[in-house]
Structure formats: C-alpha cells, structure tokens
Design a protein around this ligand. Structure first.
Ligand SMILES: *[C@@H]1O[C@H](CO)[C@@H](O)[C@H](O)[C@H]1NC(C)=O
Ligand SMILES: *[C@@H]1O[C@H](CO)[C@@H](O)[C@H](O)[C@H]1NC(C)=O
Ligand SMILES: *[C@@H]1O[C@H](CO)[C@@H](O)[C@H](O)[C@H]1NC(C)=O
Ligand SMILES: *[C@@H]1O[C@H](CO)[C@@H](O)[C@H](O)[C@H]1NC(C)=O
Ligand SMILES: *[C@@H]1O[C@H](CO)[C@@H](O)[C@H](O)[C@H]1NC(C)=O
Ligand SMILES: *[C@@H]1O[C@H](CO)[C@@H](O)[C@H](O)[C@H]1NC(C)=O
Ligand SMILES: *[C@@H]1O[C@H](CO)[C@@H](O)[C@H](O)[C@H]1NC(C)=O
Ligand SMILES: *[C@@H]1O[C@H](CO)[C@@H](O)[C@H](O)[C@H]1NC(C)=O
Length: 738
C-alpha cells in the first residue's frame, strides 16, 4: 500500500519537474546554499583543497566558471565547502567519492532568551588560582562578536599572548585587540564588533575581567567577572541580526582550531530537533576540535521543557542546561487598595510611587475587537486614546510588543514562564496566573482601578538551583544511549557585559554596558569558564578528562516539574562545581579511537569513517560495539522491546588522576522512578600509580520502567576524599517523532 502511494507521488513530482523545467530556466532562486562536508584533510602534500572543491563544483554543475557558486572553502582544520547548488546538483555531489554529507545552510539560533559566587568560585583567599597558566588558556567564543572597549576585556596586567597563539586580529574597521582579547575574526562581512550584545555577554561570563560596581541601572549591582579572569579570549563572529549560519560557523571552527584556542564556548544550536552528526555543523566542528585536544562546550537549547528538545547531542561535546541561582529579581505591583502583588521582570524604570489608572480588556479595545482579544492585547486591538498614559493589563505576553506604541505608561501581563525575569523596553511586571487573577478581581471591584509598579528588587531565593523551564530536555534522539544534556549551570537572570551598540531588549532605546540575560547561552560560558579553570591546574588534560572531571563532581540537583522534564534528562550529571572539578580523583577517558568505535556502533560505515577521521578505519564485524559502552561519565540505556523485565550492562574504565596509591569503593544511591537493582564488578578498585586504569562492569536489572519517567540511580566511587559520581538512567520513552 505504502509502496503504491510512493510511486504515484513520485510520478506526480516528476511530471511537475518536467513541467516546471519546460517553462522556466533554472534561476538563482532554485539554488540554495549547501554545506558539502568532506571529513578530514588528506595528508598528501600535493593536495589542494580549493582546487579539489572547484573541480567538484565544475563537475556537478557542468559549468566551467563556478563564479558565484563557491561560498566558502574549508581547508584549515577539516575538508569541505559551502556552495550554491540546485536540488539535482545537491544529489549528485552527495554521491561523489570523498563526500560524507551534504546539508542545507539552515539558520541556527543564539540560545539566549552573581552566578560565580553561587557556584562556589569565590573571589579572594579561598579560591586558589594559577594566574600564569590561567593566562595561557585561550577561550574561543563563536557568537555575535565582541565589544573590544568593554572594561571586561581590558588588558591591564596582561603580558603578551601565549606563544602557541597563531591567530589574527581581523575584526574590521575600528576594531583593536589587546593582550586580553587576543584575536578576532569576522564571518558576517560587517566586522567583529558586537552589535547585538550576546557575544559580549557570553565572552565576559566565560573569561571577563572582574569589574566592580557594575549593574543594570542599579539592579544586580556588584562585581561582574568571568570564571577565569586571567584567560585570553578570541572572538569569532558568526552571528548577526539575520542569524547564525552553519557555513560561517564551520569556517570559524576551522580557523579557531588552527589558531590554537584551548576551548570552545558556543552558545548556538538548532531549534528543538537534533540532527545526525554528519549533518550537524557543531558536531562536525567539535569532532575535529576533539581530535586536536580542544573541548567544545555547547548550550543545549532553549526549547524546554518538552522531552527530546535538546539539540546538542554528540558525546564529544559538553552540553549545558540552564538553572537558577539564589539571586532572583522581582518587580512588585502595588494596587490602589494597598494590596501588593509580586511579579517578575528586570525593571529599571521608576513610577516614583505615583498611581496610574489601570486599563484592561473592553475599556482598552478599539471598536473592531472583542473583549477576549483585547484582554490578550492582540495586535491592532487596542485604542490608543483609551490606553494612553495608563497601565495596560494583558492576559498574555503579546501586549509587550505594542504597549509602547499605544502610549501605555507601563504594562502588567500574565507570565506563562514565571521562572525568568526579562528586561523590557518599558515599565513592566509579569504576574503568575494566581496573582493575575487577583488583579482582575480588583479591576472588577472598582470603577477607577489604579496601581503603581516598583523598581526591581533583588531577593535571596533559597529554592535554587532549579532547572529553567526553557532549558532543553533529553532524551537524546540521535545517540539514544548517551545522556544529554550533560550538566547544568547558571543561565537565569545573568548580569554580564553588554554591547552599547545593541539594545537590552527588543525596541529598547537604551544603551548599556552591562545587562541581564537568560538562556542556555548564558550557562554555556559558565561551564566553559569552569573547563578553563580545570585546565589551568591540569594543562595536559584531554577534552574528555576535563569533561569527566566536571561531570563526576557535579552537585546532585532536584528539577521541578513533572514527568521526564524533572529528571536527569533536564540536568544530566547535576550542577557544575568548579572547585571540586579541579581534583576529581578519577576520570573516564575517551580518545578519538573510542569515538570512532562508538560511531561504528552507531552503524556508520568504515568508508564514511575513513573520510571523517582521515585514517583507515575498520569497524569490527564480529565484535559489535554497543554505544552505551562508550567510556562516558554518565550511563544511559534506552530499553528496547516490550519485555518489562530487563538487564543491561555498562563497561567502563577509570583512570587515576589523584593520589598514586588509592582504593575506591563503589556505592549506589537510588534516583527516580521504579527501583533498579545494580551490581558493580569489581566493587572495589585499587590503584597503585597515577594514570593507572581499572575497568569495571555495571549490571542493571529491573522491571516496569515507566514510559513517562526514566528509572535512575547514581554510582559513586569513593576513596573517602573524592566522590566520583555517575548517573545511571534507564528509560523506555517513545514518541511519535522518531
Ligand atoms: C569606533 O567605535 C567606538 C565604539 O562603538 C565609537 O565610539 C567610535 O566613534 C568609533 N570610531 C570611529 C572612527 O568610527
Ligand atoms: C549576516 O551574516 C551573513 C553570513 O553568515 C551574511 O551573508 C549577511 O550578509 C549578514 N547580514 C547582514 C544584515 O549583514
Ligand atoms: C547594591 O546596592 C545596595 C543599595 O545601594 C546596597 O545596599 C548593596 O550593598 C549593594 N550590593 C553590592 C553587592 O554592592
Ligand atoms: C524562587 O525560585 C523558584 C524556582 O525558580 C521559583 O519558583 C520561585 O518563584 C522563586 N521565589 C521567588 C520569591 O521569586
Ligand atoms: C531533592 O528533593 C527531595 C524531596 O523533596 C529531598 O528529600 C532532597 O533532599 C532534595 N535533594 C537536594 C539535593 O536538594
Ligand atoms: C545498528 O545495526 C544493528 C544491526 O542492524 C542494529 O541491531 C542496531 O540497533 C543498530 N544500531 C543503531 C545505533 O542504530
Ligand atoms: C519479571 O520479574 C518479576 C520480579 O523479579 C517476576 O516476578 C516476573 O515473573 C518476571 N516476569 C517475566 C515475564 O519474566
Ligand atoms: C565488558 O566487561 C566484561 C567483564 O570485564 C567482559 O567480559 C566483556 O567482554 C566486556 N564487554 C564489552 C562489550 O567490552
């Protein structure tokens, strides 16, 4: 049946193609930019990537002049190019030898919608630092550029860049680097200056200098600083107001790897759905970075709390979720009857205690709108003369877009996501549904309702950390046995440096040097900062050792919410702990060969892997590698079949990076869902030397794993000083989308 349908629809589309090509020649509109990924660069001395790319293009297009076709040519750290191709050219190039994958240049998102103290990395005597090595660490930030004049990037006290640095300062006109901001490159043709704010914010969070007395108009006042203030920054501008595109991102990755960065912080990603690794520009770039010893830290996405919304899924990437800190921002609304409602926003505007009339629904509506649409403040629903000079009350967020244009003095709206306070271009406060209803009751109780909105106050919130509702959740749809996200870090209401060329919120006329943002875009550079901090004490550690150290020392977290969104699928190993991560005791190590074996287990062919890895790869046929046996710091398995009783095993190997002679004992602590029975063999591991490796096997048995909530536990290896913790997650979640 399915076959018949397929044939007839093909017939139809073939006819359509014939018809179309008979009436119009192939125009520019029919061509789209595609990335042609060709894996590693061949090591032959006579190989010229650009010549190869051009000959491929000539062959598939049948044109001797490929003018306007080649968009970018990747030749520094891996092989491939971006080109304008028609659909049939795309198909032809995908079949060519040496081509791993061809994928559209589909727009990616910036994951944006006093945190270091909260994480335990305090300034002052308690935190040991290693300024010499710290200053040798270079963090490459791929984002919307940077504000070179920001005090966060001043180079006072910095020596010349480390010798290994091979990058350039090519930020365009009126852009200078210094000994702190040691490099800049632009892939948007408008200069590396940040005209948005995000790139300046993420860079300063990862490695900005400590700057005292900073605030957003007095809100959140204090010292702003990055995780490793002595580290260097190299800014790669891949995003502009039209977005972030894979062609630019891959170009930047290739340059930055060759420039000599030590770490990547990338607060960019797909939207809601993850792609296979060979179609995912961040997974591709990060794979080649890993092969060169560079860790990529990437935001997990802001598409939560829906399951399977995490977009960063490769095991060679450290994927970050976002959570709250103990500092919260609230904006109170005082009603005419004296009642105070506590809302959320980052409000720097001041009504000076004066009451303003409130207007809601019908009384605010233009003649063409019904009351319901007016209550939601739908566009073109409000009558300017009725709203002007009043506080507009809206049942949803739509009103934020139009409140100013209809002359409102302020806006009070129902806030569907009460865990995040945002900056708005006018006086605003978002109320929880409950509080909003009590406001409506007040509105109905009087003929002249009034209120005043106060300036934002800072509160201490004991209920923290909590995973933000927006933070993308697992399970991983590509590698179903790799738990993602890996870790959580502060990503809610983060104050950091900003670009005065950008607006602190949409349609905002203000210009600021520091602003408050939320998103996994903000949590990602926190973890990049921690990774740099770990690297300063362990300069020789590989990306996987740093990743393992960060994951196995994380604090356990409680996520709020119900079902899958409030489990390890929200926060992975837990909340990042910079101090503990420096000294993990043991690490789960992975090298390129382990990742290749994993890819064999994911059913990539030896031919594809040879191109990707630039070396002969033979996937063993008799001994099938199970992806869940990848020596990853977390353990996860998706159950197959309908048998409610199951047994799954995980093989792991630990490397001693602590005391030479040490004995670790295993302990299992229960987690979520139905109970798991867990056996660890051997249950005690003894090490005699540093770098010694010991293997063990974990056997998990259980029954009746809920299809909504995974079953979990924690394996902790302890020598009495170090606690090396790994989450174990077994699940059977299925959804129609995959
Ligand atoms: C350079 O950029 C700064 C910061 O945006 C600006 O204040 C200055 O006027 C610019 N100078 C020139 C010559 O464009
Ligand atoms: C934004 O950057 C892209 C490259 O990713 C470039 O093609 C485009 O022209 C830029 N847009 C603007 C408005 O400058
Ligand atoms: C922030 O400002 C308030 C009010 O001036 C002051 O009480 C508080 O100590 C300041 N906080 C910091 C961290 O500077
Ligand atoms: C404290 O944080 C929790 C979790 O984000 C939130 O639900 C609660 O509303 C916050 N408390 C206040 C007073 O803002
Ligand atoms: C998590 O929540 C449970 C139940 O509310 C509580 O017993 C436990 O102490 C919490 N754990 C942490 C680390 O906050
Ligand atoms: C790989 O192929 C084997 C054999 O067809 C199958 O059992 C296995 O589930 C596949 N693995 C993945 C990760 O798709
Ligand atoms: C599943 O395990 C339970 C408890 O261990 C046992 O009672 C039951 O018979 C098992 N069911 C099957 C189908 O093996
Ligand atoms: C896992 O470890 C056990 C015990 O050391 C060993 O017998 C088995 O072959 C290992 N399995 C894999 C897939 O490596």
């Amino acid at each position: 049946m399915a076959k018949v349908a397929a044939t007839s629809s093909c017939l139809l589309s073939c006819l359509l193609v014939l018809f179309l090509s008979s009436v119009s020649a192939v125009t520019d509109e029919d061509k789209k930019v595609y990335i042609v990924y060709m894996g590693s660069l061949p090591s032959r001395a006579d190989y010229s990537p650009i010549a190869h790319h051009m000959s491929i293009l000539q062959e598939v297009t049948g044109e001797s002049s490929i003018q306007g076709r080649l968009v970018r040519s990747y030749q520094r750290s891996f092989n491939g190019f971006a080109a304008r191709l028609t659909e049939s050219e795309r198909e032809r190039v995908a079949d060519m030898e040496g081509v791993v994958s061809v994928f559209p240049n589909k727009k990616l998102q910036l994951h944006t919608t006093t945190s270091w103290d909260f994480m335990g990395l305090k300034e002052g005597t308690r935190t040991k630092r290693n300024p010499t090595v710290e200053s040798d660490t270079i963090i490459g930030v791929l984002d919307s550029g940077i504000t070179p004049e920001s005090q966060s990037f001043s180079d006072e006290g910095f020596g010349p860049p480390p010798e290994k640095w091979k990058g350039v300062c090519s930020g365009g006109k009126n852009f200078t680097c210094n000994n702190k901001l040691i490099g800049a490159r632009d892939y948007t043709s408008e200069g590396a200056r940040d005209t948005d704010g995000d790139g300046t914010h993420t860079s300063s969070t990862a490695a900005g200098n400590a700057v005292v007395d900073t605030s957003f108009f007095g809100i959140g006042n204090g010292t702003v600083r990055g995780g490793v203030p002595a580290s260097r920054i190299a800014a790669y501008k891949v995003c502009n107001e039209s977005g972030c595109y894979p062609d630019a991102l891959l170009d930047a990755f290739g340059d930055a790897i060759a420039d000599g960065v030590d770490l990547f912080s990338i607060s960019i990603g797909g939207d809601e759905t993850a792609s296979m690794f060979e179609f995912d520009s961040i997974a591709i770039g990060a794979f080649h970075a890993m092969a060169k010893g560079i860790l990529t830290v990437n935001s997990g996405g802001n598409s939560g709390p829906n399951p399977t919304s995490v977009s960063s899924v490769a095991p060679w990437i450290l994927t970050v979720a976002a959570s709250t800190t103990n500092r919260g921002f609230v904006t109170k609304v005082v009603l005419g009857n004296g009642k105070t409602l506590v809302g959320k926003s980052v409000n720097s505007f001041d009504m000076k205690g004066k009451n303003y009339p409130l207007v809601y629904g019908k009384p605010a509506a233009s003649s063409t709108c019904d009351a319901a649409a007016a209550e939601l403040c739908k566009e073109a629903c409000l009558d300017k003369s009725r709203v002007n000079g009043k506080i507009l009350v809206c049942g949803g967020r739509d009103g934020l877009k139009i409140a100013e244009s209809v002359g409102a003095s302020g806006i009070i709206f129902r806030n569907p996501r009460p865990d995040v306070a945002h900056v708005h271009p006018l006086l605003a406060s978002g109320l929880l549904t409950e509080d909003f209803e009590s406001l409506v009751t007040y509105l109905e109780s009087t003929n002249s309702p009034q209120a005043t909105i106060l300036k934002t106050e800072t509160i201490f919130n004991r209920t923290s950390p909590v995973i933000a509702s927006f933070s993308s959740r697992g399970p991983n749809t590509i590698a179903v046995d790799i738990l993602k996200p890996d870790i959580t870090a502060p990503g809610v209401e983060i104050l950091a440096a900003y670009s005065p060329d950008g607006a602190p919120s949409k349609n905002d006329a203000r210009h600021v040097k520091y602003s408050v943002l939320s998103g996994t875009s903000m949590s990602c550079p926190h973890v990049a900062g921690v990774a740099a901090y770990v690297k300063t004490f362990n300069p020789k550690w590989s990306p996987s050792m740093i990743q393992s150290a960060i994951m196995t020392t994380a604090w356990p977290v409680n996520a709020t919410g119900t079902g899958i969104a409030s489990t390890e699928f929200a926060y992975g190993a837990g909340h990042v702990d910079p101090i503990a991560a420096v000294n993990p005791g043991l690490v789960y190590e992975l090298d390129k060969a382990d990742h290749i074996a994993f890819l064999c287990g994911m059913n990539y062919t030896s031919e594809d892997l040879k191109v990707i890895c630039g070396e002969t790869v033979t996937c063993s046929e008799e001994k099938e590698f199970l992806p869940r046996n990848l020596n990853y710091p977390s353990m996860s398995a998706k159950l197959s079949g309908s048998d409610s009783n199951f047994t799954v095993t995980f093989n792991r190997t630990l490397t001693n990076v602590g005391t030479p002679s040490s004995t670790y004992t295993s302990k299992v602590v229960a987690g979520h869902g139905s109970e798991l029975s867990i056996k660890v063999t051997p249950s005690v591991l003894s090490f005699k030397t540093v770098n010694e490796k010991q293997s063990f096997e974990v056997t998990v048995t259980g029954n009746d794993v809920d299809s909504e909530v995974p079953s979990s536990a924690n394996l902790i290896w302890s020598d009495g000083i170090h606690n090396v913790r790994s989450p174990i997650v077994v699940y059977s979640y299925t959804n129609d989308e995959y």
